[in-house]
Write a protein of this length. Sequence first.
Length: 129
Amino acid sequence: MSKGLTLIESLIGMTLVSFGVFFVILVFPLIMRSTLSSEKETVALFLATAKIEEVVAESYSLIEETNLVEDYGDIDNYDDYKRELVVSCFHPERNCENEETGMKKIKVIVLHKNNNRELISLTSLVSKR
């Protein structure tokens, strides 16, 4: 019996290794794109949560109904992101226009500069204390 590899065994081994390397090269850009997307969404979640916490920290009487847009470059250290803040009256069963219900809805939308699409949207309710 021979203790070495035959030519066919060597070719089969090299073919399997080549397919493995090809698969890694093919999948690597997809993994990188997914990682970058996750990073953007994590930052967007942080920015949306920070804005909601900023509004909730105010006294209920100081929280005014508004539609505020912070443009790209307005958020310190996050030039590629912008936030839209919408504060409105909230009532679960009816429209509360011109009526104080004791609840306000805070909605924050965060967008990224590269594709200007909504990365995340968070909504929270605030009530009189």
